[in-house]
Design a protein around this ligand. Structure first.
Ligand SMILES: NC(=O)c1ccc[n+]([C@@H]2O[C@H](COP(=O)([O-])OP(=O)(O)OC[C@H]3O[C@@H](n4cnc5c(N)ncnc54)[C@H](OP(=O)(O)O)[C@@H]3O)[C@@H](O)[C@H]2O)c1
Length: 434
């Protein structure tokens, strides 16, 4: 039951863009429901953004305005600071640091900040008995942090994999369904607002890697280790790869994969071929999905919208409700002092199958040379596809391998690439048999 005696939770919001304005709208629309669920009101006492005059579609006349979010964190009198500016350094980092130093809880959607400074932030907060909550930082509206950290708290998690970037999933889905090239679909995605003017963080896999590093920390109880994530984006995936994938029974997805192996913890983001029958293969468009492999609960799949004002605000406000209620959990699932350094497993140790697409001169002996380069590295081929014949011209050849290790595959590809009958750099996509 709501406790009318309890003082409101006073919050200050830094950043009033897509997410910040979304949070203010949600708090306005759902005020009474939130009050029932918190047992107290959540009251916005201050806001900060760059441009005071900008219409944000929400009433700001009754709250204190700060040009400087760091000054707001220190001086607004709020119990909690919501950081929705973005970026791993600069005002976002300073705002969070100041909030903690002046004794205020923090809620943030900032995956870049947490991927790079997460462990240090957790230590600082814990030392002062403050909460830092970040449900919105990973997979937007999907309650994956809570799902892993609280819902699966009784399990040891051995693997997490997921579609962690809606922009890439949208682009790959459009490429598959329309047959268009990457550049063409990216331009459309930018017009529709699904991709930024500078899309590199998304399409080069960095955004997904930030989220994966956070998930791995929560899943495995290790310090956030973004520097060890292997990252490859989607720029090299061609329209023709979708046709071959279809013939071979696969879909192409940009996945983040974190796995405990005997060699240490694997963390990687790259395009993958996944069987069409895998549940994740049918998660299309801007949707995100995360699969956790847990020892007692077994396989758990989360699907939902990974971005946008509504889903992201939903996650931010869920964190506010937890803190208003006084619910608390260690920030990354275990006490910051116990977040051990993980031993990273190098990418060369990855074991699995591979898809390779080559453009070769249609000349006798070429295929035997490719097969020899593979055999010399102990890589065994599983399937081989060649379409059409065009003597002495370039023809595409596609092959898949049985499970092998990345180091052997890379050596075989280097030999193949050096051959004068191979006309373009080989294209390789890793196959994941979930
Ligand atoms: N957009 C999403 O769907 C989504 C989903 C999940 C997580 N996130 C994360 O949420 C955070 C915010 O994203 P967003 O999309 O809302 O960004 P955004 O639309 O670009 O908004 C950023 C806000 O920060 C303000 N700002 C920038 N520099 C500032 C400074 N020096 N001092 C004060 N305010 C400053 C901007 O002010 P002005 O408005 O005056 O320019 C703007 O209001 C990021 O960490 C992002 O990664 C976003």
């Amino acid at each position: 039951m709501p406790n009318a005696q309890q003082a409101p939770l006073k919050i200050a919001v830094a950043g009033l863009g897509t997410v910040g304005a979304g949070v203010l709208k949600l708090l306005e629309t759902q005020g009474s429901l939130i009050e029932q669920r918190c047992g107290r009101r959540i009251e916005v006492v201050a806001v900060s953004a760059r441009s005071k005059g900008k219409d944000r579609g929400v009433a700001l006349s009754r709250v204190q305005w700060f040009d400087d979010p760091v000054a707001m964190a220190a001086q607004s009198g709020a119990d909690l600071v919501v950081e929705l500016i973005g970026g791993s350094e600069g005002p976002a980092r300073d705002t969070v640091a100041t909030a903690l130093e002046t004794g205020r809880h923090v809620v943030t959607a900032n995956k870049a900040l947490l991927a790079i400074h997460g462990t240090e932030i957790a230590q600082k907060a814990e030392a002062r008995g403050l909460a830092v909550a970040f449900e919105a930082a990973v997979a937007g509206g999907i309650p994956i942090i809570k799902g892993l950290r609280e819902g699966l708290a009784a399990n040891s998690v051995s693997e997490i994999h997921g579609i962690l970037n809606g922009t890439c999933n949208y682009i790959l889905t459009e490429m598959r369904t329309t047959g268009r090239d990457f550049a063409d679909v990216l331009a459309d995605a930018q017009d529709l607002g699904y991709a930024e003017a500078d899309p590199s963080f998304d399409v080069d896999g960095v955004d997904a890697a930030h989220k994966l590093a956070i998930l791995a920390s929560v899943a495995f109880g290790t310090a956030v280790d973004f520097a060890s994530v292997f990252i490859e984006g989607i720029r090299q995936v061609a329209a023709v790869d979708f046709d071959y994938a279809d013939q071979l029974g696969f879909r192409i997805k940009l996945l983040g994969i974190a796995r405990r192996t005997d060699a240490g913890i694997e963390q990687r983001v790259h395009p993958c071929m996944v069987p069409k029958t895998a549940p994740i293969a049918s998660v299309d468009g801007v949707f995100n999905a995360v699969v956790a492999q847990a020892d007692f609960a077994d396989r758990v799949l989360f699907v939902g919208r990974g971005a946008g004002a509504g889903p992201t605000a939903s996650a931010v406000v869920a964190d506010l409700i937890d803190i208003a209620r006084g619910r608390s959990t260690p920030i990354f699932g275990v006490s910051a002092g116990l977040l051990g350094a993980a031993t990273p497993s190098p990418m060369e140790a990855r074991r699995g199958a591979y898809y390779v697409r080559l453009m070769v001169k249609d000349r006798p002996g070429v295929i035997a040379d490719i097969a020899a380069a593979m055999r010399d590295q102990g890589v065994s081929m599983e399937q081989f596809l060649q379409r059409g014949r065009s003597p002495d011209e370039g023809v595409p050849v596609v092959l898949t391998t049985h499970d092998t290790d990345e180091a052997s595959m890379q050596r075989a590809l280097a030999t193949i690439a050096a051959s004068d009958t191979v006309l373009e750099p080989p294209r390789m996509i890793r196959i994941e048999q979930f």
